[in-house]
Design a protein around this ligand. Structure first.
Ligand code: PEP
Ligand code: MG
Length: 655
């Protein structure tokens, strides 16, 4: 029994739709295959299905053989033709493949700063704070493979052992899923890994190798390597990134066969300093962040995922130590100064007292700063300076409000896209932005449209290989070329604008035409919403000033938008032509360089003269030492990490 059709699943059958298709296929007893361009794979394996790389508008055939073949073909064809039928579009993430909730910047260039001759290791100061605590080394060990040829009579028992190991790993994952404290985004990661651990393509391959007489550990490693290689060979950034998931699962099954368990972070003692080469999505998903006293990593830069998480949870972190991280791995105790970026293994008494003093000072400063939480800072002429928060997810709302944020000056929407295994729908986006708007009303909430490029995979967007992703197809450039994605976001934003406190800004703008074309799309979206009878309202549209081009055309640009927000992170790297993630050029990446300060001054002047609001949302906005200059230039809004808010309010109050 077979039937052909044209696939109408938006963005094709990868990631989430693949898992849903497989779930549907598995509900039938019959053997079911899907065929594309002569290649047939089992419709019950999401691994195989993703590798088939079925795209929207391609022709496929569904073939079934068994008692319920006709029903299976009908249901699966029905899904391909109309994916919304029968299955709920937003039905939770329980079987979706993982997308690493990565940071806005790529990381992992090892630090090259030399160690001073003080017995301390110096790395990237990624999250301030000082701590001393027991060392907790987390270096997943190499699997000791002892390849063995099985005797014929051993094979059945080895297959059974393999089955037990798979069950053990899946049970462990199911237990993690049952934990109510697991965050939704992490749940998707764990669920995806569990799905892969039960996938017939991976496990079936391993079983086949055992049948050929290969021991189970070697068979799992062989099957994992082969499957991972297939994924990385596909010309699709998103699929290539799934190799990490496959490797993580294969590793756990191999360890279970050896009677071992991955040293996971759940046993980290309270106050311990975590030492690792890197911390992956799977580990971060389960890490008890409240118990972690500090983080020391070989990889990671100041804008890496670990750095952002550490900062938002107030955990001191020194990253980018490279191989030298191994030098402190055997220590019993670690002292860490995240503000100055050094680490000391088994510190002597002098270092110990220094850290204790730094920690006490920090505590005293925290207590003193708390008095500024509700301060509404003003300029000498009475103008209120808005001290707002930079956020990337809804989980950060509470810390921002507790810090006294006067709204949100930058909501980075890309994390919403990266966390999901499909492009977030208009409804999902409207719900997210709406929650944010309500949480901070009546203060303004500035939502930035998608700022993503080829350096990070997003399900549903194919990026070309780029020599220089930072100079490439990203931000507003990509959005204008993909009106399907951009209009979905703009419609969600128009819908939440009914709350009255939503503003929108565009990233990476370098031409007036980009603003004009966006405005035309906004008009189209408004007309479509009106025709559908969906309530919406207008929002103020602003731009980020983060390219030298935007600075140079600022006087003209100011006539086309309602506000400017200076993105000093990118502006500094583009003015100085120095990669913001490259430790070797970190010295040039300095906002206080006269070239950058001049650019900030030119931007502010253009805005003030045009009578529009000018703010800042780059990291420099939180620098108490620079705030007086920014205010003098005419900035009336500063948006920063919540941990800097009270210090910034104090700096303004004391002007
Ligand atoms: C910036 O470039 O300063 C900015 C705030 O944007 P992001 O760090 O997200 O690139
Ligand atoms: Mg930027």
């Amino acid at each position: 029994m077979e039937r052909s059709t044209i696939v109408r699943v938006h963005e094709g059958l990868h990631a989430r739709p693949a898992t849903r298709f497989v779930r549907l296929a598995k509900s039938f007893e019959s053997d079911v295959e899907i065929v594309k361009e002569g290649k047939a794979v089992s419709a019950k394996s999401s691994v195989k299905l993703m590798l088939l790389s079925v795209k929207e508008n391609q022709e496929v055939t569904v073939r079934a053989n068994g008692a319920d073949a006709a029903e299976a073909v009908e249901a699966l064809i029905g899904y391909l033709e109309n994916p919304r039928s029968g299955l709920d579009e937003e039905d939770g993430a329980e079987t979706a493949p993982a997308v690493e909730a990565a940071a806005p910047g790529k990381a992992t260039i090892a630090a090259v700063s030399p160690d001073a001759d003080d017995g301390r290791l110096h790395g990237i100061a990624a999250s301030e704070g000082a701590a001393i605590g027991p060392a907790f080394a987390h270096f997943p060990k190499e699997i000791e493979q002892q390849p063995r040829t099985l005797a014929a009579e051993e094979i059945a028992r080895e297959i059974e052992r393999l089955g037990t190991a798979v069950t053990t790993v899946r049970a462990r994952m199911a237990k993690a899923l049952a934990d109510a404290s697991l965050a939704e985004s992490d749940r998707a990661i764990v669920a995806a890994l569990m799905d892969i651990a039960g996938d017939e393509a991976l496990i079936g391959h391993a079983e086949g190798l055992v049948r050929k007489g290969i021991d189970a550990v070697s068979a799992v490693i062989g099957a994992t390597e082969a499957t991972a290689a297939e994924f990385s060979a596909v010309e699709d950034v998103y699929l290539a990134a799934r190799t990490d998931d496959i490797n993580a699962v294969g590793r756990q099954i191999a360890l279970a066969l050896l009677g071992e368990e991955e040293a996971d972070l759940s046993s980290i003692p309270s106050g311990a300093v975590l030492i690792a080469d890197d911390i992956g999505a799977w580990d971060l998903a389960r890490a008890p962040l409240k118990r972690i006293g500090g983080i020391v990593c070989g990889k990671g830069g100041a804008t890496s995922h670990i750095a952002i998480i550490a900062r938002s949870h107030g955990i001191p972190a020194v990253l980018g130590l490279g191989e030298r991280v191994r030098e402190v791995a055997a220590a019993k105790e670690i002292a860490i100064d995240g503000a100055r970026g050094w680490v000391s293994a088994d510190p002597d008494d002098a270092t110990r007292s220094e850290i204790v003093r730094l920690a006490e000072d920090a505590e005293k400063e925290r207590a003193a700063l708390a008095a500024f939480k509700d301060t509404v800072p003003r300029r000498a002429d009475g103008t209120v300076i808005e001290v707002a928060a930079n956020l990337g997810s809804l989980e950060e709302i509470d810390p921002a409000r507790e810090a006294g944020a006067m709204g949100v000056g930058l909501f980075r929407t890309e994390l919403l896209f990266m966390r999901h295994t499909h492009l977030p729908s208009e409804d999902l986006q409207a719900e997210t932005y709406g929650t944010l708007a309500r949480a901070f009303a009546p203060y303004p909430v500035i939502i930035r449209t998608l700022d993503i490029g080829g350096d990070k995979p997003v399900a549903g967007i194919e990026f070309p290989e780029e020599e220089n992703p930072f100079l490439g197809w990203r931000g507003i450039r990509m959005c204008l070329d993909r009106p399907d994605i951009f209009k979905t976001q703009l419609k969600a934003l128009l819908r939440v604008a009914v709350h009255g406190n939503v503003k929108v800004m565009l990233p990476m703008v370098s031409e007036i035409a980009e603003v004009e074309r966006t405005k035309a799309l906004i008009e189209e979206c408004a007309a479509e919403l009106a025709a559908a009878g969906t309530p919406f309202a207008r929002f103020e549209l602003g731009v980020m000033i983060e390219t030298p081009a935007a600075v140079l055309i600022a006087p003209e640009l100011a006539r086309h938008v309602a506000f400017f927000s200076i993105g000093t992170n990118d502006l500094t790297q583009y003015i100085m032509a120095a990669d913001r993630l490259h430790p070797a050029v970190a010295r040039l990446n300095d906002v206080t360089n006269p070239a950058v300060m001049t650019a900030i001054g030119m931007t502010a002047k253009a805005a003030v003269e045009a009578g529009i609001m000018v703010g800042m949302c780059g990291e420099a906005a939180g620098r108490a030492d620079l705030i007086p200059q920014f205010i003098k230039m005419g900035l009336t809004e500063l948006s920063m990490s919540p941990s800097s808010i009270q210090r910034a309010k104090k700096a303004i109050a004391e002007l």
